[in-house]
Structures are given as structure tokens and as C-alpha cells.
Ligand binder design. Structure first.
Ligand code: 3PG
Length: 208
């Protein structure tokens, strides 16, 4: 396992951030840390994503990666901005190869056994499972893990307070990711109290 993936495994919960103003990024990072969150996936689906990633990657104690990475060029820009890991909604050979060339942890999305086999052939032992709820949730992860026990999954898509602990109870799941504690409107409004308390509530799920 890549050392960064080991850090995500220890973190257990990876917030998925959609940010519209990079000037909010540093305060957002500190709100997450204040709530006990130690990792963040900053998506490149907004124009501010890359600058926000760069700002958050400088904050000590936070393991920051790029999400919604679709091309090798985006991998390069994310690596240059300080990303420690690269997440994609699906599996792309060139994105994974570029990520590994840059020494970063690759977490491509997979949805089928065929894609899981491609990830294994690429040398990966951890993948994102997306969109987790629409694909049948934990039952589907465990069905995939039965013939492929060397692979572990980060479910994403529809994960929240109602099911995060159930996912994390499975040996096939190394972490969960989701946006439920990083409301996009709260980020845009600079409402860091809400983000800090939602982050603390998410972390409290792990301790319950
Ligand atoms: C995403 O790509 O947005 C993530 O999978 C997060 O999904 P969520 O918003 O359902 O948590």
C-alpha cells in the first residue's frame, strides 16, 4: 500500500470538496482539522479547484489529493500543486500510469469486476467504488471482494452519516469518501462553524 493510502486508511473519512472560491481554501482546511478530519479530496470540477488544492496542500496535518481527475495533464497539474493522491470517477490507464509515474497514490473509480481486474493489472490494491449507493453499496463491494480479496475499496457517492459506519465495518473497505460534511453552500458562504461541527460529527461516528 502507498504511504498516502495508509494515511487515508488511518483517516477513515475523506471529504469530497467542491469549492468555488480558492480564497476560502485555507480557512476550510483549518475548519476540517478543527473537526478532526485529516484528509481532503479537492475536486477539479470547478475552475477554483486547482488553486484551492494548492492552498490546502500547504496546511500541516492534512493529506490533500485531487478529485474528478480525468486526464494525464490534470494529474501533472495536481502533482505540481502538491496533491498526494489522485481520485477519478472511473478507470483510465493513462491517468493511473501518470499518477504512479509521479509517485502519487492512485485511486481510480471502479464499478465492475472487469474494472477491478484492470486496477489489479495496473498494480493497484486500493480503488474507489463509485457511485457506491447506486451500485448496491456494501453488498456489491463484498461480492467483488470475494474473488478479489487483494483489493480494498473506498465507497463514494451516497455515503453519509446513515451508512458510513456500516461501510467501514467491512474488511474490504479501507475508507469512505463523501461530501456530507462539506456543504458547497457553507464553503461558499465561509460558514466554517458549520463545516467544523459537521466534520466533528462525522469523526464522532467513528468513535461511537
Ligand atoms: C463525488 O464525486 O461527488 C463523490 O462521489 C461524493 O459523492 P456525494 O456527494 O454523494 O457524497
Amino acid at each position: 500500500m502507498h504511504t498516502t493510502t495508509a494515511r487515508l486508511t488511518a483517516a477513515r473519512i475523506v471529504p469530497v470538496i467542491v469549492i468555488d472560491d480558492a480564497a476560502r481554501a485555507s480557512d476550510l482546511a483549518h475548519a476540517l482539522l478543527a473537526g478532526g478530519i485529516t484528509s481532503a479530496e479537492v475536486t477539479l470540477r470547478t475552475p477554483a479547484g486547482l488553486d484551492a488544492l494548492a492552498a490546502m496542500a500547504t496546511v500541516p496535518g492534512l493529506t490533500v489529493g485531487a478529485g474528478t481527475v480525468l486526464t494525464p495533464e490534470q494529474v501533472q497539474r495536481s502533482a505540481d500543486a502538491g496533491a498526494a493522491f489522485i481520485v477519478s470517477p472511473g478507470f483510465d490507464d493513462d491517468v493511473v500510469a501518470t499518477t504512479l509515474d509521479r509517485g502519487l497514490a492512485a485511486l481510480p473509480g471502479i464499478a465492475t469486476a472487469t474494472e477491478a481486474m484492470r486496477a489489479l493489472r495496473a498494480g493497484l490494491t486500493e480503488v474507489k467504488f463509485f457511485p457506491a449507493d447506486r451500485l448496491g453499496g456494501l453488498a456489491t463491494i463484498e461480492a467483488l471482494a470475494a474473488p478479489l480479496p487483494q483489493l480494498r475499496f473506498m465507497p463514494s457517492g451516497g455515503v453519509g452519516a446513515h451508512n458510513a459506519v456500516e461501510y467501514l465495518s467491512s474488511a474490504a473497505v479501507f475508507a469512505v469518501s463523501g461530501s456530507w460534511m462539506v456543504n458547497r453552500a457553507a464553503i461558499a458562504a465561509g460558514d466554517h462553524d458549520t463545516i467544523r461541527s459537521a466534520s466533528a460529527a462525522a469523526i464522532a461516528l467513528l468513535e461511537a
